[in-house]
Design a protein. Sequence first.
Lengths: 415, 192
Amino acid sequence: MNRNQWLSEQARGWKERGIISGEQFCEIVAGYPIKPSLSPTRIVFVFAALLVGLGVILFFASNWQELPKVLKLSLIYTAIVLAYYSGYKLYFEKASPGLGFGLIFLGNLFFGAGLWLTGQMFHILSFNSNGFLYWFLAAALLAYIMKSALFMGLAVILLSIYGVSGAVIYSDYLFYYICLAAVVFPFLYFHKTSPLTAFSLASLTVVFLATFLNTGITPWFISIILLGLAMTALGQFSYRLIPEYVPILQGFGMALGFLGAVALIFSGENWLPINTDRFPFYLTLHIILLVLAALPVLLKKAPAASLSVLTVFLPAFALQLPPGISLDVVSVVILGLFGIALIFAGNALRAMYLINQGCVYFMLTVVLAYVHHAWGFMPKSLFFTVAGILLFLAAFLIEHRRRKLITQLKEELAG
Amino acid sequence: MRTIFGKAGLKEKFVIVVAAQILFLIVIALSRFWIIHTGEIVLLKTAPVDPRDLMMGDYVNLSYEISTLPDNIVHREQTGRKLQSDDRQQIKQNKAVYVVLKPQGKYHVARGAYLQKPALKPGEVLIKGRCLYDWGQGVMVFYGIERFYVPEGKGLEIEQLPNQLDVQVKVSSGGDAVIHRVFVNGKELPFS
């Protein structure tokens, strides 16, 4: 049972005992809607459905060619109808919602199998991956009807396959972004499931990177820096509208920014954006996104301390550095400052997740700096020994500071 | 979000979505059956394939003589004007191309290819394809009949034979093609 379900039941008890009125009960329940739950039972039923589905497919596949086409099609349609009908009966008529859900899930898997088997039967070959798109639409529609994060998770997987194959093989990826924005994002907005949001953002990152790589534009890590900055900017704008999504959007955005910065540090001179003919375009886009990300703070729609998340996106790559100062040293310093800034921002905003992330990023920066600079000149045994000692020290200091801050925060919140 | 529809509405919507899925599969199958039963029969010669690449898993990759169309038969318009060098920008990936097939012996061969649907002479068949790319002296065209599925384990029989594959396709009046029968050295494969 999730928190909102618990509250709903408690509120019902209060109403019955006369502690609150009927109107107050409705207000409480409306303020804490029950979200689609990822109950363990449902997950088990889904896995069971996957295994049965696989077994059935393999059985028919091994004897498939001997059957006439009409019989093959009849078997496919019968399997789909049976799975959906029995699932409908058990789910909607409440006899066994968990089992019913699993059967409906199986029905959707049979639909996908039906698409492929029909294509195989008639030797259909298309120069696109639209089969995954049709399957995605079916799963997404069921997700909306049943308010199911699991179904939407399946839909996101199918859409991701469509997106990656479209980007890499067919150079046809626009529809992926349209479907993500028009179908998946509204579901996330209305149902607010953090794991599914993170999963969808991961899908977007993978497809975006695949699209970028397929276009042959270099350097590749510019794509994730810009995508990370866009996500962070969106997180900044979300403080008022969807505050629940601020940590996920910013977290993902910062992770991509950090990854891009690390790639920049290790990439070497030839891969620097400043050495490419698209540099003015990159820099302009980068600055526009930075300004957009800072705008909510200027308009007082986001706290000033939230600007710390943008530290990782400072465009060090655009700097014309004097001789003797290398870009990778400047970048490492910026990453270190980024970790520290997050810790202070977390303290100011009473956000434990920022403190934790700041500690992690600072530690990673220390490791990164050490590996990048010490690998070349130290004997390897000494390198690893010193690395271990430094890591112990850094971990001890950071953890000590982190616990102190979190204890302080908890006391303030409790008080 | 509060559900916009009542519970009864959800059940009906569920039924509609499920029915749409089944209907979709039926339409795909019916459209292919329609082509098989009403389409023109065309026998196509496959282009030589590297025996080592013939089999990929449980299907056969097919390449036809009509898959590569030289410049001298590719027309920009129905007027018959041949493809000029500055027309190359017209040939973009995935652009539709209409190929006119004429009988030559037991096979059908490409007589002309057009970027708009042309008129046909008696005995000719129109097949629709998509441009894959421009290979400098012509275009590579994809017709959707470049793969033929075989049962697992049966592929070895095909691999071990000297490869002359002929493919009989059924082509609808709109130019859509479906593989109907496959012949290896004149002998029909039993699992077409």
